[in-house]
Design a protein around this ligand. Structure first.
Ligand code: IVH
Length: 673
């Protein structure tokens, strides 16, 4: 075993602390101090040190979040303290009754202090920390018995693998809700749809499906997060005496708590909190289905006690269901950035959860067929995680309902609408001649996660396209002040601001730039992987489908779409123009991962237990290796599984490097495979 120098141990430990700290700032406090590039640099340095000194790797290292091997099944665990549920209040009267019951039981109190929190619509979990190390994550299950989901919980970046500080109890169980942010849900579904997969019904379903994956690598892709809202077991240590203070203490140990926590006095203040949250609800990046009120003093909680499965000291005040029923007046078809033609329902306006709804999405023609909906029907609407509400069913069929038909021609440019066999989405074939596609493309380019061009909103994009001033996103960068001020409602000040914002956006990063191009199926994370892999745009432009497939997350379908995008002359021209007009980004240091095995010849022999032979072969090939069937003096390495026979003997005779299965698994894992 390699002796690890003290200076390396110190550097590894310092890097881990730094990474954990910045992870905490980013994922738990939402106030990052480093850019992604700076953070990645730290992370890559740690990874490379750990690869060089494997004995320095510890399970709580931030590089060890995602396990390489799927589980066979879930183990049942028994909660040492049951995970309770909450009694519900459906209106202010119920809440006042609850408050009166609390006061009556406590006898000596007239006004109770309550902790108020949003009720997160996700999945309840328990995290167990022993001596500050995360040792187990479990689902709530029936409250008594749940499932061990440690491997998945470890992938959640807002869940510390190791608590910060030193003053935590020896054993500490933290409870909370795992969920998927609305923004993440949206991109997951966009990706699912682009890949022709079934979208998730809502963020809760997506989160529930993700925590119950056997393969943590899939869970990691779902970008779950968590709010902690209470503690269970506490041993060998003390916690503060008030619920709100306990949560603040959890935050200091690195756990994520909800920023909307409020401590108030009396029932009326709880009702005010409920009303405020109902107004704020749509602005949150997570779904809530009500609020929770908890008696703040732990001493009072203890005196109040538990009623079989629900505590007497807490209550959930639920929001009214966000569903509504109305008439489907018409269906129009909208054309998106990638030409997707989507049916949009025009509805007789109806109030759903306090908001008037007159449009809803019908997703695609498959969905229309599945719902069996016709124009004129009375439909059931739901406001889910997305801002756009959707039709989820038909309440009452109209006697002379009109069938919904996919238009043959694009409603924007008149080109043919085509429906390929391998996806459910119909698309306009007009490409860049289609104004709707151009417009959506430019909107995407300017959006916050893309080039983030302040002041360039949907209306202005429409105006610029309609006035013929821009055809592609590149044209934005040669707009002049004279052209802009001639637009209706464009004062010289706004025009100057826009020009300044455009100028500012020229200084960008490669991941953002790639994402901005709006390549089908290239979301933020794929754009990032592409940037990290190729390091510079030229290398990406030159890549063929096979080399694209070596990028993590890029399969054959996505590789084909990317290669096709860059092969198109019109796209090359747009990119060339943008660069000519000054768009630039810092170079990225590329890990040589893609080519680590370039030119090497591997032979697989014996039985592999952790993966099948085809997988192993594909993974080695993705690192550039050739996989041969027999051993010769040209062979560079033989991977010997169980009961390897003559090939192993020959390799030993020829003095060729031999790896066992575990070494291969570790090696692949180092390269994220
Ligand atoms: S407290 C005894 N706080 O709602 C305390 N629960 O039916 C039990 N939930 O299973 C939970 N947000 O999954 C609490 N801020 C919050 C919550 C919350 C969501 C869920 C939790 C629980 C269910 C209660």
């Amino acid at each position: 075993m390699l002796e690890v120098a003290a200076s390396i141990v110190a550097e590894v430990s310092k890097l881990r602390d730094e990474i954990n700290h910045h992870n905490y700032l980013y994922h738990s406090l939402d106030s990052p101090e480093l850019t992604d590039v700076e953070f990645d640099k730290l992370f890559r340095r740690l990874k490379s040190l750990e690869a060089e000194y494997p004995s320095a790797v510890t399970p709580d290292s931030p590089t060890q979040r995602v396990g390489a091997k799927p589980l066979e099944g879930f183990e049942q665990i028994r909660h040492e303290l049951p995970m309770l549920s909450l009694d519900n209040a459906f209106n202010s009267n119920d809440l006042q009754d609850f408050d009166r019951r609390v006061i009556a039981r406590l006898q000596d109190e007239s006004q109770i202090e309550y902790a108020c929190e949003p009720k997160i619509d996700g999945i309840a979990v328990s995290l167990l920390y022993e001596d500050g190390i995360l040792v187990r994550g479990a689902t709530r299950g029936d409250g008594t018995t749940g499932e061990d989901i440690t491997h998945n919980v470890r992938t959640i970046e807002s869940v510390p693998l190791k608590l910060m500080g030193t003053d935590y109890p020896g054993r500490l169980e933290v409870r909370g809700e795992i969920y998927i942010a609305r923004s993440t849900f949206k991109s997951l579904n966009q990706q699912a749809e682009a890949e022709g997969e079934k979208p998730f019904a809502n963020p809760r379903n997506a989160a529930a499906g993700s925590v119950r994956q056997l393969d943590a690598r899939l869970t990691a892709k779902r970008k779950l997060t968590m709010f902690c809202y209470s503690v269970g077991l506490v041993e060998r240590g003390e916690l503060p005496l008030k619920h709100g203070e306990i949560l603040q203490q959890l935050k200091l140990w690195g756990l994520r708590i909800n920023p909307k926590l409020a401590i108030v006095q009396g029932a009326q203040a709880c009702i005010d909190y409920y009303n405020r949250m109902q107004l704020d609800r749509d602005d949150l990046d997570y779904e809530i289905d009500g609020v929770v009120f908890k008696v703040n003093s732990i001493a009072q909680q203890t005196r109040l006690g538990i009623l079989t499965r629900t505590p007497r000291w807490a209550i959930a005040h639920k929001f009214p269901a966000e569903e509504g029923v109305t008439e489907l007046l018409d269906v129009e078809f909208q054309v998106g950035r990638t030409g997707a033609v989507t049916p949009v329902a025009r509805l007789k306006p109806v109030k759903v959860g306090g908001v008037t709804i007159s449009n809803a999405t019908l997703h695609n023609m498959d969905e229309v067929g599945r719902l069996g909906v016709r124009i004129g029907d009375i439909v059931l609407l739901q406001r889910a995680g997305d801002v756009i509400p959707k039709i989820v069913g038909v309440e009452k069929k109209s006697e002379n309902g009109k069938k919904i038909l996919l238009p043959r021609k694009c409603p924007s440019c008149g080109s043919d609408v085509v429906q390929s066999q391998d996806e459910v989405i119909a698309r306009c074939s007009g490409g860049l001649i289609c104004q709707a596609q151009r417009q959506e493309n430019i909107r995407h380019f300017a959006s916050r996660l893309a080039m983030d061009i302040e002041g360039l909103g949907d209306k202005l994009v429409l105006q610029l396209v309609e006035a013929g001033l821009i055809k592609t996103a590149a044209d934005l960068y040669d707009l002049s002040l004279t052209e802009l001020v001639e637009l209706e409602r464009m004062a010289p000040k706004s025009a100057n601001n826009l020009l300044a914002a455009l100028e500012k956006s020229k200084d960008t990063t490669l991941p953002r730039f790639i994402y901005s191009l709006g390549i089908q199926e290239v979301g933020e994370s794929t754009a990032r992987s592409l940037a990290m892999h190729f390091g510079e745009l030229e290398a990406l432009l030159a890549a063929d489908e096979l080399s694209l497939q070596r990028v993590p997350d890029v399969g054959p379908i996505v590789a084909k779409k990317i290669a096709r995008f860059f092969a198109q002359k019109s796209n090359q021209d747009v990119i060339e123009k943008m660069r000519r007009l000054g768009l630039h980004w810092p170079a990225i240091e590329v890990s040589a991962a893609a080519d680590v095995l370039a030119g090497k010849i591997y032979v697989l022999t014996g039985t592999l237990n952790q993966m099948n032979r085809n997988d192993a072969k594909a993974k080695l090939q993705s690192l550039g290796a050739k996989v041969a069937g027999s051993v010769s003096k040209n062979t560079d390495c033989v991977v010997a599984g169980d009961a390897a026979g003559s090939k192993l003997v020959k390799a030993q005779e020829l003095g060729i490097l031999v790896m066992d299965e575990q070494a291969l698994v570790d090696f692949l894992a180092e390269h994220n495979l």
